[in-house]
Design a protein around this ligand. Structure first.
Ligand code: GH3
Ligand code: MG
Ligand code: MG
Ligand code: MG
Length: 324
């Protein structure tokens, strides 16, 4: 009778798991040095999870780092290997540090359990392992992992929205404000040059006035694409405001910055911008001002101000040019 009750209970938990996440079974890595216990634990877990079994704890670390598991179960039964070493490695690797760990230990190994919890093991279970308890503890961790993953992804998404310009997909001014100082400090600390370029589309108001605001938006998006095509991975490109863009270039001398700016100027001037109204193409030009970090620049604003003054000069000297 007791056995039957236990089976029913197990089924209850399975159904709960299915009802909760019908299309999201857990992915479990079972690290277990012995074939006999592997088989027993596997049988208990099979209804609630996809289980990968591995005997060698060092190989398990690689396995965990290469795949996305929701739970690692470490059965502390290896010959000549401290299971806590694996747990601690799992906790320290970037790719595995968020995976919950369930440790299976001997009765009376309180000391080991305390050390395990201290180094970040999530939960433990004592031998002989009760299958229901194993399922219950595993499900708890798998669900928690799924929730945490969703939370992390949504935080990531929110951050991205907050630092991205909706229209062009470039970084926005908020991101520039928070990062320019960082890039300047880093350049100073390393004794490396850093240059910035401010570019503003020429007579952009005319585009809006003649072809409408939507056409203006299309020009801005295409302009941003050409900015992106000009910069290197280490550069920070952002939409500073309306039709103004800023490029921050670490490790870049004034001479190199002038070359980059001239390349962008030619990229804009060289090929007309298509807009979706009929066959209309627009000839667009931009003016660019560059500045390089000097000892006297106390703030990011000081550097931006000099680039802006250069831009103003480029506008005054007839537009469609680079001024340093
Ligand atoms: P200049 O050569 O001196 O830079 O002339 P300009 O016409 O480009 O400069 P001005 O600052 O007078 O006009 C900028 C225009 O950019 C005015 C504004 O309506 C437009 N603008 C700003 N943001 C957006 C946007 O997101 N979309 C569109 N379509 N237009 C924008
Ligand atoms: Mg203007
Ligand atoms: Mg303009
Ligand atoms: Mg402007």
């Amino acid at each position: 009778l007791r056995l039957r009750a236990q089976t029913a209970h197990t089924i209850g938990l399975q159904e709960l798991a299915r009802a909760d996440r019908p299309d999201e079974p857990g992915n479990v890595l079972l690290v277990d040095g012995r074939a006999s216990s592997q088989e027993r634990l596997l049988r208990a877990l099979k209804p609630i999870a996809e289980v990968a079994v591995i005997s060698d704890p060092q190989a398990a670390l690689f396995e965990a780092a290469e795949n996305s598991f929701d739970l690692v179960i470490v059965n502390a039964n290896f010959d000549d290997y401290d299971p806590l070493r694996l747990c601690s490695q799992l906790r320290s690797l970037e790719r595995t540090r968020f995976i919950p760990i369930l440790l299976v230990t001997e009765q009376g190994s309180e000391e080991m359990i305390v050390r395990a919890l201290e180094l970040g093991v999530t939960d433990y279970i004592m031998r002989p392992v009760d299958p229901n308890e194993l399922v219950a503890r595993s499900l708890t961790q798998i669900r928690r992992k799924h929730c945490n993953d969703q939370l992390r992804a949504s935080v990531q998404h929110t951050i991205e929205l907050a630092i991205t310009d909706d229209l062009t997909g470039l970084h926005n001014r908020r991101y520039l404000d928070s990062h320019l100082k960082l890039l300047i400090d880093r350049a100073r600390a390393r004794g490396r040059p850093l240059s910035i370029c401010i570019t503003d589309i020429d007579r952009f108001k005319l585009v809006n006035d003649t072809h409408g605001h939507d056409a203006g938006d299309e020009v801005l998006r295409e302009f941003a694409r050409r900015v992106r095509a000009t910069v290197r991975g280490a550069d920070l490109a952002c939409r500073f405001g309306g039709e103004e863009f800023v490029i921050v270039m670490p490790d870049t001398t004034p001479e190199m910055a002038a070359i980059v700016a001239e390349r962008l100027r030619l990229m804009v001037e060289g090929r007309a911008f298509g807009i979706s109204q009929g066959d209309t193409v627009l000839n667009v030009t931009a003016s660019l001002g560059i500045a390089t970090l000097r000892p006297g620049d106390d703030t990011p604003e000081a550097l931006l101000k000099r680039a802006d003054t250069a831009l103003y000069e480029a506008k005054n000297n007839g537009r469609n040019r680079v001024v340093a």
